[in-house]
Design a protein around this ligand. Structure first.
Ligand SMILES: [Zn+2]
Length: 96
């Protein structure tokens, strides 16, 4: 299968779980152009994933803020946030 055909299949077949995975990956690394296109097209038609992306952006801002707090606060909030984030992410993925 040609590389271009594989990219087209990715764009046309992106489901919510894959879209959520790409959004999470996009926080840590640069997505490829086909991944970006597939995700943008999916976000155009999927309200649940748009909501998930907004929530990820809120969490990203919270963690950015945590990175700038004092170390004691950072440790306490990180433990709290890690537990909350895990539960939050599981609830979100269950609703997709
Ligand atoms: Zn979706």
């Amino acid at each position: 299968m040609s590389k271009i055909l594989k990219k087209l299949i990715l764009i046309m077949n992106l489901d919510c779980r894959h879209a959520a995975g790409l959004m999470s990956q996009g926080l840590d690394k640069q997505l490829s152009i086909p991944e970006k296109i597939a995700l943008r097209l999916h976000l155009l038609i999927c309200q649940a994933c748009r909501r998930y992306r907004r929530q990820l952006n809120v969490l990203q801002r919270i963690f950015h803020h945590l990175a700038q707090t004092d170390s004691y606060d950072k440790i306490a909030l990180s433990i709290f946030s890690a537990e909350r984030l895990k539960a939050f992410r599981q609830r979100l993925l269950k609703n997709l």
